[in-house]
Design a protein around this ligand. Structure first.
Ligand code: 3H9
Length: 692
């Protein structure tokens, strides 16, 4: 059963009980209607309360039903809400935890609503490329007023119910126990002759047309990629019309949006992120280790950023480094970052103080022996890692997790420096670690399942998106990025310039093109990797322009010059005549006749380079699922969310079409880079996709 039915003091209580978040799938909708019918047929029942079991009232419609016949299978959510609204006995929604999307729409169909102050109220459909389709754009403006409702719907943000107290959305915000209060209220209103319906209210605003025009302008720029925002405003505007007319328009918009590739991509991203936390051979009930204290070896930019993630989660951190000066610098950077957040109003001074109080420093490994988790964040040099892990192995208490933040080195080798490889794991944070959401969790050959489960759980606590990667050079993200950057360089040799490449891929939706990105990260990092590759894989080819750039000392923003020119105190990238001349000269030196390269070719070559390497990563088991690769690119590399990640994008283009383009590239400059990955070829031949 997905609801429970009981009668208390003449009030029927229908409790949604569909774990984990009481989403309104077909069975739950049917069960609610059964409960309403039963209550209406019972002469001893004078009123009805709808409540939620567990941690939520309801998180809304069941997103996994979208695009299937079940979504509109009767009773549809519209029908449920209509039945509730037309019930002859009063219906009270008792809201705790979250009331989101269809959950809130159902509550707005009730005659009365009561909530705990902390209940999170939202119509977040826009994050899924949708709009509230079961009356949300019609009832919320009637209950909250046009402006407040529009802000909530277009941003999709949650608001604590306490903040909405005093509005017609809530008859009461309950301090004590919710259900008894809701039952008492239901009894109180039972004898009223009529019960209010949100649909009968009129939308309030002094200058609705002016405000709507302003709102439309505000979302116009983003509308091409996010059609949902503009549609939300259109549907909200329709709330000024008679209810049924507005509701019909809302539904038409919902159906249109549901079919867009943007919505499909965003829904894919929603489930992909959650699926990433499930590991096939690590059951959900795997015991985890307690992580109450953390030590971080290395107080540099990365170590400090990682430390902030733990401090933000209220977990005490001890920073270890080799000199007082390094520790002082590390602490000063953390404090500076927090103060910057405080001056922007993101943190209070008190919160800054609380976080800094959780921070300790030491030069002595002995001082961290009792930490539950230690993360090494020192220079990427295997000899240095070896000495750190030897030392950690000597001092750390049994059962402590020993993690490395390496972005390229072999975790199994690092684990071999200890006598406890089962406790060793990779935790690859992305820079700046306190900002970036992605956490690649690198599973060594001997990493314990409980260690893996603990780190994945910790990821959630740190508000990171954790994805498991196997051991290989670059793991998932950077291994794919190398192929992407390589294509970016080869495009320069052939005729493109950095700003054209960056603009083309930014227009596709990437947050930042490859040249602006590497200027920010530092060109010397990729240079060091290439130098290593020249020895390890001499037949692997790159454009030499990146090396020439570094030889000229143009290492990126940090040296005031990279692929672009920079001005002091200004982070904007200015196209560089010197670099462009160097690129043109380099083509000449290679005997190449530069050609005009279309933006569409640039995008295909960059994105398909990711896809092809992604297919290899999948086949080798470095990533367990195609959707894990998508999550890595969406949360760590600025891939546009509305395209769902490289693997879903390839599915949407059609793998046959992807392979066909790759064959064309294979006949071009350095065509050997375009050997189609066997998995990609097999799936394309079978007419299938990565995410099928
Ligand atoms: C809608 O309502 C459309 C209507 O307007 C019109 C219809 C006609 N459906 O996030 P968590 C699953 S659109 C299906 O890890 P948390 C989730 O996949 C909907 N499943 O927990 C996961 O499954 P698993 C509008 C859902 O505590 C599990 O629940 N509503 C749904 O960190 C736990 O999720 C939204 O967009 C759903 N609606 O956060 C709300 N929601 O364990 C989306 C969750 O198998 N949900 N699941 O991996 C959320 O924002 C968060 O899940 C929530 C809880 C804040 C509720």
């Amino acid at each position: 059963m997905t609801t429970h039915y009981e009668v208390r003091r003449g009030v029927a209580v229908i409790t949604l009980d569909h774990p984990p978040v009481n989403s309104l799938d077909h069975a739950t909708r049917r069960s609610v209607v059964d409960g309403i019918d039963r209550a209406l047929a019972d002469d001893d029942v004078v009123a009805i309360v709808i409540a939620g079991a567990g941690s939520a009232f309801s998180a809304g419609a069941d997103i996994s039903e979208f695009g299937t016949a079940m979504a509109q299978c009767e009773p549809s959510l519209h029908a449920v809400i209509r039945i509730i609204e037309n019930a002859s006995k009063p219906v009270v929604a008792a809201i705790h935890g979250v009331a989101m999307g269809g959950g809130l729409e159902l509550a707005m169909g009730c005659h009365y609503r009561m909530a705990t102050a902390t209940a999170q109220i939202a119509l977040p459909e826009v994050h899924l490329g949708l709009l509230p389709g079961a009356g949300g754009t019609q009832r919320l403006p009637r209950l909250l007023g046009l402006e407040e409702a529009l802000n909530m719907i277009v941003s999709g943000t949650s608001v604590p119910a306490g903040q909405l107290s005093g509005t017609p959305l809530f008859q009461d915000i309950v301090e004590g126990e919710l259900l008894p209060a809701a039952i008492a209220y239901a009894r109180e209103v039972a004898c009223a002759k009529v019960h209010p319906k949100a649909r009968d209210r009129v939308v309030q605003h002094e200058n609705a047309e002016g405000f709507l025009a302003y709102a439309r302008q505000a979302v116009a720029a983003a509308s091409k990629q996010h059609p949902a925002k503009a549609k939300c405003i259109d549907a909200i505007a329709a709330s000024l019309k008679p209810f049924d007319e507005g509701a019909a328009y809302e539904w038409a918009c919902f159906e249109q949006l549901q079919a867009t590739p943007e919505s499909r991509a965003l829904r894919h991203a929603f489930f992909a992120e959650r699926a990433a936390t499930r590991i096939a051979d690590v059951p959900a009930d795997t015991p985890t280790r307690r992580i109450d204290t953390v030590a971080i070896v290395g107080a540099g930019t990365m170590g400090g950023g990682i430390g902030m993630c733990f401090l933000n989660a209220g977990i005490p951190v001890t920073l270890v480094d080799t000199t007082d000066a390094a520790l002082d610098r590390g602490v000063a950077t953390i404090l500076r970052n927090y103060e910057a957040s405080a001056s922007k109003g993101k943190l209070t001074r008190e919160q800054v103080g609380q976080r800094m109080e959780l921070l300790r420093t030491t030069l002595a490994y002995n001082d961290i022996r009792d930490a539950d988790l230690v993360i090494e964040a020192v220079f990427e040099d295997i000899a240095i890692k070896q000495s750190v892990f030897h030392r950690l192995d000597e001092v750390m208490k049994p059962g402590a997790i020993l993690a490395s933040n390496t972005s390229t080195l072999d975790i199994d080798r690092i684990a071999s420096f200890t006598r406890r490889p089962q406790d060793v794991v990779g935790t690859h944070f992305f820079s700046p670690a306190n900002v970036m959401r992605l956490l690649e969790v690198v599973r060594g050959a001997q990493t314990g399942k409980d260690v893996l489960a603990t780190v994945m759980q910790l990821g959630k606590k740190l508000r990171k998106v954790a994805v498991v990667a196997g051991v290989c050079d670059g793991f998932i993200g950077n291994r794919m990025l190398e192929q992407y950057s390589r294509q970016a360089g080869l495009l320069l040799d052939e005729g493109a310039l950095p700003e054209q490449v960056d603009k083309a891929i930014e227009h596709f939706g990437f947050a930042m093109g490859p040249f602006r990105m590497i200027d920010m990260a530092g060109n010397d990092i990729a240079w060091a990797i290439r130098k290593r590759r020249y020895i390890e894989q001499p037949d692997f080819t790159y454009s030499m322009t990146g090396d020439i750039l570094c030889e000229q000392g143009r290492l990126g923003q940090k040296t005031g010059a990279g692929w672009y020119d920079y001005k002091t105190g200004d982070r904007r990238a200015y196209p560089s005549a010197q670099v462009n001349a160097m690129i043109v000269q380099h083509s000449r030196d290679l005997g190449l006749v530069r050609r005009r390269i279309a933006d569409v070719e640039i995008v295909e070559r960059l994105v398909y380079a990711l896809v092809n390497e992604g297919a290899r990563i999948l086949e080798e088991g470095i990533a367990a699922k195609a959707s894990d690769i998508d999550v890595v690119y969406l949360s760590g590399y600025g891939f546009p969310a509305y395209r769902g990640g490289p693997m879903l994008y390839a599915d949407q283009v059609g793998l046959y079409n992807v392979v066909r383009s790759m064959r064309r590239f294979a006949n071009g400059y350095h065509g050997q880079a375009w050997q189609v990955a066997p998995l990609l070829q097999r799936l394309a031949d079978a007419g299938r996709g990565f995410n099928d």
